[in-house]
Design a protein. Structure first.
Length: 355
């Protein structure tokens, strides 16, 4: 029986690998097409865009892995059914529970791979790729370092400690130089916000250097006369998919402590936490597609169609419920787990009926 279980598992694993390669090719093509409009901006060329797309793919595929696992499992088990191998196995005493165990073992192996890809490799490559892309598109105008983001605008050199989002900066320091490359102004603002097409500085401390003297002043709020596009700060913006679970959790706590919006990041955290469970549920959902009804009557094409419908349905329902939960303030843990529980119940009922 163990030999049969290993055979079932290897077939399912091989099918998931094929589906992974198919999705990989599609993802690279789609992402590259979306970058065509930016190719040619400053130093951002075709090769740079291709490298950027390659670095994005681990994170992009990680979010789609439950769907890929479902399709791969459906195809793997479907191949066995189409070749009448499952019929022979069933007649020789192999139960649905044993097929379940074989698929579950593959699911554990798949989870090890996806966890490393989604929690270690993916976030690192995503953040590095975004920073590199913005640096190339800006023509070197902006640079992200370990101590924050540096931006140059005319004679101003600007340092930003924290980029909360594209229009919200914290702890900004401006170094302004005159035509002789001497420091003429040093200004620091606790917060800078982009409001109605203009940058507004809050809690500003300025020191003016002129005629060998230093004049200091404090201003509560004023408009910052500088030409900087908000999207320039994409490289310093902490995006949920550029952080692993630990960093994402700390970032949620940080935003909550500072009175910032956290619902989007909370939802992203719980979705990533439940991702392994979603993958397992999707893989086990493949079993009813093989044993539900007559195995010989259902063609491979029909199984794939049903698999695609279920996978896409899960993805859309998961994304839709997430957005609805943010609007109606549904607890993030509930919104993230509900689609998984729903499809798990549907799968359990179908397996029970297949018996």
């Amino acid at each position: 029986m163990r030999l049969i279980e290993r055979y079932i598992g290897s077939t399912v694993l091989w099918s998931i690998g094929v589906i992974f390669l198919v999705f990989l090719g599609l993802e690279i093509f789609i992402q590259f097409v979306s970058e065509l409009s930016d190719i040619g901006d400053a130093d951002y060329g075709t090769w740079q865009a291709f490298i950027y797309v390659l670095q994005l793919t681990p994170n992009q595929l990680y979010t789609l892995f439950p769907v890929m696992a479902l399709l791969g499992s459906v195809i793997g088990l479907g191949v066995l059914a189409s070749n009448n191998e499952l019929t022979v196995m069933r007649s020789s005493g192999v139960s649905i529970a044993q097929v379940f165990v074989a698929v579950l073992r593959v699911a554990i192996l798949v989870l090890i791979f996806t966890t490393v890809m989604g929690e270690v490799v993916g976030p690192y490559l995503q953040r590095h790729a975004d920073a590199k892309r913005e640096l190339l598109i800006s023509g070197g105008q902006a640079l992200e370092t370990a101590s924050g983001v540096w931006v140059r605008s005319a004679d101003n050199f600007i340092h930003i400690d924290e980029v909360l989002d594209h229009q919200n900066l914290r702890h900004v320091t401006v170094y302004q130089f005159d035509k002789d490359h001497q420091l003429s102004l040093l200004a620091s603002a606790e917060r800078v916000e982009y409001i109605n097409g203009a940058w507004w500085m809050t809690d500003i401390k300025e020191s003016v250097f002129a005629d060998g003297r230093v004049t200091s002043q404090h201003t509560d709020q004023k408009v910052w006369s500088v030409e900087l596009r908000p999207d320039l700060f994409q490289l310093g913006f902490a995006q949920a998919d550029s952080m692993n679970l630990v960093k994402l959790w700390h970032y949620v706590q940080y935003r909550a402590e500072n009175g910032l919006q956290v619902s989007t990041y909370q939802l992203a955290f719980w979705k990533r936490l439940y991702q392994p469970l979603a993958t397992i549920v999707m893989m086990l959902l493949a079993i009813p597609f093989v044993f539900f009804g007559s195995m010989r009557a259902m063609t491979m094409g029909l199984r794939i169609i049903f698999g695609v419908l279920v996978g896409v349905g899960f993805f859309i329902f998961n994304e839709l419920l997430g957005q609805v939960s943010i609007v109606y303030r549904v607890p993030a843990p509930l919104a993230a787990i509900l689609p998984i529980l729903l499809f798990a119940v549907i799968g359990a009922l179908m397996i029970k009926r297949a018996r």
